[in-house]
Design a protein around this ligand. Structure first.
Ligand SMILES: Nc1nc2c(c(=O)[nH]1)N[C@H]1C(S)=C(S)[C@@H](COP(=O)(O)OP(=O)(O)OC[C@H]3O[C@@H](n4cnc5c(=O)[nH]c(N)nc54)[C@H](O)[C@@H]3O)O[C@H]1N2
Ligand SMILES: Nc1nc2c(c(=O)[nH]1)N[C@H]1C(S)=C(S)[C@@H](COP(=O)(O)OP(=O)(O)OC[C@H]3O[C@@H](n4cnc5c(=O)[nH]c(N)nc54)[C@H](O)[C@@H]3O)O[C@H]1N2
Ligand code: SF4
Ligand SMILES: [Mo]
Length: 689
């Protein structure tokens, strides 16, 4: 049997797996032994990647009778091109847009950004906006570049690990293993819900939802008052600390309990734990990123790490954990929110350099970042956008306030969906369906949560007619008439070479990475410049205390705390929280519902965790049918699951069911435009029998 090593394309850990292949079938999958990242461990999703198969080989086109019929790839590309051009000619260039993903390879994202943003001249945003936009903006503003600073190994080296709005036991099980291997560390989990991770932590800080920023400003104030700060570090390597100090002065211990639910005593204890820790690391995910004041909350964590000197050393860091397999590839190389490589659309030098590399005229590069995911949906509903291309994401299910997307579908003249499956909640409504092969038949690069480039290697041969997303983008590009400029993009390997050139001189410089270095290997973290030698397998940033800001210093960034924009009311007295619930289920379940062992263990219907006491008060029993109504006017049917792990005022719905996002708000962070998925006033009612 042949054995081929490749990278799992579900979550951002980027586990490496050995695929045992015979007769073009995957017979067995085993986590790669001794791999730096997953050390012979992985989760159920990686072990079942053999189940991932496209539902069809050829595209489907909706006929005038409304029926979808198979067509040739040539016909599909030609139809895409003519329909999109027709719409652009009639309503203007920006009447077409795309929504993409962080679940395809970096090479594919770069090519999509070239065809879509540069040549079609359209807006295109990724589901990364729903996920990592907050961390990206926080990093850019504070560090001067979108740069998660850590190595996963820092979890093993830390003496105090603080998880904030992160549930890695469910969402990043391999990352949790790093924390578990560290027998000496104190683990603290800050989450309004008693999650799987808080149960296993030493301390649960049961914070009121969306009050993290208040807790962190108060902690900063206490640490300053007690002189528990690293003055030398602050003075030498940071800027704007004085102003920050004055800012947090007003966030005293008085009132902290009312705002955060955490008593003065516990805040003091937490301050002392941070002070006494020699290597304190902070790890945050969606409980922070998805909020109306999320960027400033993320920065309040960065500020704590910097002021206590817990950054740039082993076991420390203000560390944002990414979500999807290629969040970092999408953030830096999709040509959507920044020009390739984290460059600036307005910087003439950057523009010239990228145009040179691509051998095109600088003037055809986009001149500004894309409008956001939410704005694209709004513009469909206002009639400005008429053509939409959806790639490897399922917005009918996953977008916030998702009935808005349902309405948008009706407003579109042409909807194209490019996915593995033709029956996703979004694909069911499309006019043209473009099937891509799964990751097991692709070649390219993923960039994991610790900035590690790792190869996706085709473990299976493709059958006749099967195309990868890369080839679909090429096919579309050629049908649009982009011939010569695409000659530089013939293969994913060509794209990889272009990506390397985009990175030159940037903080994420990878000019020293030869593609062969990331195949059958431990991968390579960025930066890795030409001439660099791989001495250490696991590296963190800022060990030299130099940041990527113009001054070279890390910036203290802060702001007055906002009032909750959608507070609870008498009519909607409970807060709805949402998130992941099982290791086996992945987002909208299109992929993981293929896995029998996951299906057998999953609850089939949308359900809601309700505090036992509250349920008693409302006369709701286990598995009763209930109606949840939200302040946006939407309603949904759920099954009640009684739990002692949620507070009385707080309800929790898994995101894996389409009903949940009918109830999430159209409220976004000011700077990142990431949706505030985890806070929505709702009410519940038992369905009369
Ligand atoms: N099995 C599985 N794994 C996954 C995924 C999946 O779908 N399934 N998705 C992947 C992706 S793309 C992502 S982005 C990650 C997400 O990974 P996580 O962020 O770990 O997952 P979530 O469940 O969305 O949210 C984490 C926690 O935030 C808490 N929270 C809610 N509001 C607040 C608040 O105001 N403050 C604080 N401190 N906490 C709050 C929730 O109660 C929840 O326990 O998971 C990745 N891994
Ligand atoms: N209420 C609530 N909603 C949320 C969140 C939350 O915490 N709460 N989290 C948000 C976050 S962080 C995220 S990341 C989003 C995720 O939301 P989505 O991106 O909509 O979720 P997925 O189910 O992963 O959808 C990915 C799609 O890509 C397809 N696909 C997989 N591989 C490939 C490929 O190689 N090529 C192509 N063409 N298609 C492929 C899959 O079949 C699937 O249909 O959900 C967001 N929605
Ligand atoms: S989903 Fe994440 S943890 Fe599970 S095997 Fe894949 S990369 Fe590893
Ligand atoms: Mo995500």
């Amino acid at each position: 049997m042949e054995v081929k090593q490749s990278t799992c394309n579900y979550c951002s850990i980027g586990c490496n797996l050995d695929f045992y292949v015979e007769d073009n079938k995957i017979r067995k999958i085993i986590p790669t032994k001794n791999h730096t990242v997953n050390k012979g461990f992985c989760c159920i999703k990686g072990l079942q990647l053999n189940r991932q198969e496209s539902s069809r080989r050829l595209p489907l086109l909706r006929g005038e009778d409304g029926v979808m019929r198979e067509v040739s790839w040539d016909k599909a590309f030609e139809t895409f091109s003519s329909r999109m051009k027709e719409i652009q000619n009639k309503y203007g260039k920006e009447s077409v847009a795309y929504l993409s993903t962080a679940q395809i390879t970096t090479e594919e994202l770069a090519l999509l950004g070239f065809v879509g943003r540069t040549y079609m001249g359209i807006n295109g945003d990724g589901n990364t906006r729903l996920c990592m936009a907050t961390a990206a903006v926080a990093h850019n503003q504070s560090f001067g570049y979108d740069s998660p600073p850590y190595a996963l190994k820092d979890l093993e080296l830390s003496d105090t690990i603080i998880f904030i709005g992160a549930n890695p036991i469910v969402t990043h099980p391999v990352l949790w293993e790093y924390a578990v291997r560290n027998k000496d560390a104190k683990i603290i989990s800050i989450d309004p819900r008693k999650s799987e991770t808080t149960i296993k932590s030493d301390i649960w800080i049961d914070i009121k939802p969306k009050s993290d920023i208040r807790l962190f400003y108060t902690l900063a104030n206490v640490l300053i008052e007690k002189n528990w700060i690293d003055k030398e570090y602050i003075e030498k390597y940071s800027e704007d600390f004085q102003e920050f100090k004055e800012h947090v002065n007003k966030y005293t211990l008085d009132g902290v309990e009312e705002k955060t639910g955490i008593s003065k005593k516990r805040v003091l204890e937490l301050a002392e734990i941070i002070h006494k820790g020699k290597k304190v690391s902070f790890w945050w995910t969606m409980g922070v990123n998805q909020g109306y004041q999320a960027v400033r909350t993320a920065q309040s964590i960065i500020n704590l790490a910097v002021m206590t000197g817990n950054i740039g050393r082993e076991g420390t860091g203000a560390n944002s954990i990414t979500g999807q397999c290629n969040a970092m590839g999408s953030r830096l190389y999709s040509n959507t929110t920044c020009l390739y490589g984290g460059r600036n659309y307005n910087n003439l030098e950057d523009r010239k350099e990228v145009a040179n590399i691509l051998d095109i005229d600088e003037s055809i590069l986009p001149t500004k970042p894309t409008i956001s995911y939410g704005e694209i949906i709004d513009r469909i509903n206002s009639g400005e956008i008429k053509g939409l291309w959806v790639i490897a994401t399922n917005p009918r299910h996953s977008s916030s306030d998702n009935m808005k997307f349902a309405k948008a579908i009706n407003n579109l003249e042409f909807l194209v969906v490019q996915d593995l499956y033709d029956d996703t909640d979004t694909a069911q409504h499309c006019d043209l369906f473009l099937p891509s092969v799964p990751g097991t038949k692709k070649q390219g690069t993923l960039i994991n949560t610790e900035r590690r480039l790792s190869a996706v290697t085709p473990v299976l041969e493709r059958e006749e007619g099967e195309l990868s997303d890369y080839e679909i983008f090429l096919g579309i590009g050629k049908a649009l008439g982009i011939e010569e400029p695409l000659e530089k993009w013939n293969t994913p390997r060509d794209a990889f070479e272009l990506i390397k050139q985009f990175s030159k001189g940037m903080p994420g410089d990878i000019t020293g990475v030869d593609y062969n270095m990331i195949v059958n290997s431990n991968g390579v973290q960025w930066p890795f410049k030409k001439g660099d030698r791989l001495i250490e397998d696991e590296r963190r940033l800022f060990e030299d205390n130099k940041y990527y800001t113009p001054s070279g210093k890390v910036k203290f960034i802060y702001e007055d705390i906002m009032e909750i924009p959608n507070p609870i009311t008498k009519e909607y007295p409970y807060v709805l929280n949402t998130g992941r619930t099982t290791v086996g289920q992945w987002h909208t379940q299109t992929r993981t519902s293929e896995i029998p062992i996951v299906e057998d263990a999953s609850i089939k219907q949308a359900h809601l965790l309700i505090n036992v006491e509250l349920a008693n008060q409302l006369g709701i029993k286990e598995s009763d049918k209930i109606i949840v109504s939200a302040i946006n006017g939407e309603k949904g049917r759920f099954i009640a699951k009684l739990s002692r792990n949620v507070k009385k005022y707080h309800l929790f719905a898994p995101i894996h069911y389409i009903e949940t996002n009918a109830l999430t708000p159209s409220i976004f962070d000011t700077y990142s435009k990431e949706p505030s998925y985890k806070y929505m006033p709702v009410n519940i009612k038992k369905v009369a029998k």
